[in-house]
Ligand binder design. Structure first.
Ligand SMILES: [Fe+2]
Length: 193
């Protein structure tokens, strides 16, 4: 069950959300223009930055896992070709849709969404696709680990969003955990006797 967000702190209190870093600071780039009104959605500026950084991490990992799954859809071989080819298609389609939702939440919080291989490789925890296509069941094993990794990263940032009173992001990350946990279970079941 989701923890109740703490919405009672004074406006001047700095963000209490601990943002886990990977290999140094991730700086979410704030967007905006002198012509547009200052963003005023009830979430403090520093909290929006912390949440945008978390969402950027989840976006990078989701995109990397998307590409891996699409690669495996193309390159899977063996007696389970038909079922895995179709299963991977369902999974990469879902992941592709999720990248758009995550990126647009970052934009709604007033930051630019990362969207290049250079940025993703810097902040992604999920490893890049293996250069040589693995055997079918090794592909499944890699995807189990990938979904579990994205789930862990998303789960780390739920309290950051909750503490800032950002229910839409907390709900979004919770929904992502549900998908990744379920997909990991389905893939893991293929590896069990
Ligand atoms: Fe296809």
């Amino acid at each position: 069950m989701a923890k109740a967000p703490k919405k009672t702190k004074p406006a001047s209190t700095p963000s209490s959300g601990k943002v886990p870093k990977k290999g140094g600071a991730i700086v979410a780039q704030e967007s905006g223009s002198r012509n547009a009104p200052i963003i005023n959605i009830g979430i403090e500026r520093q909290d929006r930055a912390a949440i945008a950084e978390g969402l950027s991490r989840v976006l990078a990992d989701t995109y990397t896992l998307y590409l891996t799954t699409h690669n495996f859809h193309w390159n899977v071989t063996g007696p389970h070709f038909n079922s895995l080819h179709a299963m991977f298609m369902g999974q990469y389609t879902e992941l592709w849709g999720a990248t758009d939702v995550l990126a647009e939440r970052i934009r709604a919080l007033g930051h630019y969404a990362p969207g290049s291989y250079a940025e993703f490789s810097k902040i992604s925890t999920v490893p890049d696709v293996p250069q040589n296509p693995p055997k079918a069941m090794e592909m499944v094993r890699i995807l189990v680990k990938g979904h579990e990794t994205v789930s862990r990263i998303a789960r780390e940032f739920i309290p950051v969003a909750e503490e800032a009173g950002d229910d839409p992001t907390a709900d979004m990350l919770t929904a992502r955990c549900t998908v990744h946990d379920q997909t990991a279970w389905m893939l893991r079941s293929l590896l069990e006797d």
